[in-house]
Design a protein around this ligand. Structure first.
Ligand SMILES: O=C(O)[C@H](O)[C@@H](O)[C@H](O)[C@H](O)COP(=O)(O)O
Length: 245
């Protein structure tokens, strides 16, 4: 049953948003742990999530978060080596993963250094195996965190790339519209099957995009971020990004 309305959480600034989202992460991970259930989360790339990830790595949360049950996946990845400055894995590793006792087997990175099409197939199999499902099912993430670009893209689902947007596979290859850089990305079937998708949007430079993605009458035809309709969709934004809502 899909939630009729997305939930909007507006915070004064990016710092306060990151504080609140950190507490939400702790709450959700502890809830899963109380049920002895794995907590499977997909992280976005880009710069916005860094504040959250750095907070999760703080010693004050070490006793709050049992990383043994947390499985970290990626919403998308740039096809570059893991040590490359553009690598989403590199950003997440430096901000969070290298600082917390998460088991190596719980980090499911998209291998940007490998052939994109082969890696999309490999990651699909890693999803199937980790979620313990048949290929005919769809992996159901507990939580997918996503960013939004100023053009309304999310993950590596870019406006105008309709073949990628219509893809029914779980994971596919896309190309950045400006640089042509190959990307590996989760697709709408996976995003829309999640228990919860939370968009993280901060900064005045995102205000137009956020207003358009949420309110443009043709938003679903124009903006991939507007096509995400999971069981629960949340918008975690700061006042600057929300200034044109
Ligand atoms: O690999 C990526 O770049 C991301 O997955 C992408 O979808 C990102 O979330 C948005 O472009 C927002 O990026 P910023 O947080 O840097 O604004």
């Amino acid at each position: 049953m899909r939630s009729p309305e997305a939930r909007l959480f507006v915070h004064a600034d990016a710092e306060q948003l990151a504080d609140a989202l950190t507490l939400e992460w702790v709450r959700r991970v502890q809830a899963a742990a109380s049920l002895n259930a794995p907590f499977r989360v997909a992280l976005p790339g880009g710069s916005t999530p860094r504040r959250l990830l750095e907070r999760l790595a703080l010693p004050q949360y070490a006793k709050e978060i049992d990383w043994s049950g947390v499985h970290v996946f990626f919403g998308d990845e740039r096809c570059v080596p893991p040590g490359h400055a553009d690598s989403n894995y590199h950003m997440v590793h430096e901000a969070l993963l290298r600082h917390v006792p998460i088991p190596t087997g719980n980090v499911h990175c998209m291998r940007g250094e490998d052939d994109p099409y082969g890696e999309a197939a490999r990651y699909t199999e890693e999803l199937r195996r980790t979620f313990g499902i048949a290929a005919s099912q769809v992996p159901r993430f507990d939580w997918i965190l996503l960013g939004v670009g100023t053009d309304g893209h999310t993950a590596s689902l870019f406006p105008g790339q309709n073949e990628t947007l219509a893809c029914r596979d779980w994971c596919t290859v896309a190309h950045h519209p400006d640089s042509g850089q190959p990307r590996i990305t989760l697709t709408l079937p996976v995003l829309n099957h999640a228990a919860c998708v939370s968009f993280l949007v901060t900064g005045l430079d995102k205000a137009d995009a956020l207003a358009a993605v949420k309110n443009d009458p043709e938003r679903r035809q124009r903006f991939p971020a507007a096509c995400v309709e999971a069981e629960q969709v949340e918008w975690w934004v700061d006042e600057a990004a929300a200034s044109r809502l």
